[in-house]
Write a protein that binds this ligand. Structure first.
Ligand code: ATP
Ligand code: ATP
Ligand code: MG
Ligand code: MG
Ligand code: MG
Ligand code: MG
Ligand code: MG
Length: 268
């Protein structure tokens, strides 16, 4: 635009430094709700989230994540737990010329606006008290192993947190302990002890609890070659636009079978 090039003020544009992300590298975008718990007047308290898991809040997160994946087809996989969601963009994505701020800010903003837009569907009786916000960051991973380990890390975190929170809230809500006492009861316990507390004191078999809570939410983009496209010969077939759908799962993402079944996720 020649009209904008001329003014003596235009030099300030040059202060904008490039922030292009390394090419041929997997991008993981992680979003996390700002102050959903930490402060006294936290978002989850003000909106009466159920303890330890509010499924309305989790389903709303899934909904916002789907908005993002519908809009940005370069996202192949996502994992969500609590107030966070991580998205994998394939390594050769050219989204916004790989400009970091552009990607982080635009996608974080879309996720947030979708969360707000769909709030009344998931919380029909709970008016939104103030505009929630999410932070966002991108981490680059050069290898497939690191990407797999990233998703394993988040799912392990889901498990550890959920086991702790389930035991904690059982002690408080069913066991009549104060939150201070419940923290003390669980201090120093290992995973096996928490299973044991849940089973012997409260009759809860942890492994039978909802997979959504134990495994988190996984959204996979699945490529569906249409019947018409399947009938085309090799060269035409690769040109035919593949229709993709989003599958929401609550499965194990650590073992090989997930990555074998959805092997297209890590492909170029
Ligand atoms: P994008 O919005 O695509 O991320 P951007 O913010 O750099 O990129 P615009 O929002 O279209 O681009 O434009 C921002 C403003 O910056 C323009 O309206 C213009 O005034 C100024 N500007 C953009 N590029 C130049 C340039 N090459 N020289 C001088 N001014 C520019
Ligand atoms: P930060 O701004 O640093 O992210 P935070 O207060 O959001 O701080 P997190 O570590 O992100 O802290 O923890 C989010 C907290 O929000 C959880 O620990 C939990 O207490 C609450 N929370 C989020 N989602 C749910 C949910 N679906 N059900 C119940 N509680 C939830
Ligand atoms: Mg502009
Ligand atoms: Mg945090
Ligand atoms: Mg948070
Ligand atoms: Mg969090
Ligand atoms: Mg602009």
């Amino acid at each position: 635009n020649p009209a904008m090039a001329g003014s003596r003020f235009a030099y300030v544009k040059k202060f904008e430094v490039p922030d292009t992300l390394l090419p041929s590298t997997f991008m993981v975008l992680r979003l996390d709700g700002h102050s959903f718990h930490r402060f006294q007047s936290s978002f989850s308290d003000q909106h009466a989230f159920a303890k330890p898991n509010d499924s309305r809040a989790l389903e709303l997160m899934d909904r916002a994540a789907k908005t993002l994946m519908e809009e940005y087809r370069d996202i192949r996989l996502a994992i969500g737990e609590s107030d966070e969601y991580s998205f994998l963009l394939h390594k050769s994505t050219a989204l916004y010329n790989r400009r970091q701020s552009k990607i982080v800010s635009t996608l974080t903003s879309l996720f947030t606006s979708s969360y707000v837009l769909h709030w009344p569907t998931f919380f029909p009786d709970v008016p939104l008290q103030y505009p929630p916000s999410f932070d966002g960051r991108i981490v680059l991973y050069p290898s497939e192993q690191q990407v797999r380990d990233y998703f394993a890390w988040r799912q392990t975190d889901t498990h550890i947190n959920n086991l702790y929170n389930t035991a904690f809230w059982a002690l408080v809500l069913q066991g009549g302990q104060t939150t201070t006492e419940a923290h003390a009861t669980l201090r120093g316990t290992v995973s096996k002890d928490k299973h044991e507390i849940l089973f012997s004191r409260f009759g809860i078999n942890y492994d039978k609890l909802e997979p959504r809570y134990r495994k988190g939410s996984i959204i996979v983009r699945v490529e569906e070659t249409s019947v018409e496209a399947a009938e085309l010969s090799g060269k035409q077939k690769s040109k035919a636009k593949t229709h993709t759908t989003l599958e929401l799962l609550h499965c194990d993402i650590i073992r090989d079978d997930f990555w074998e079944k959805y092997s297209h996720i890590l492909k170029d």
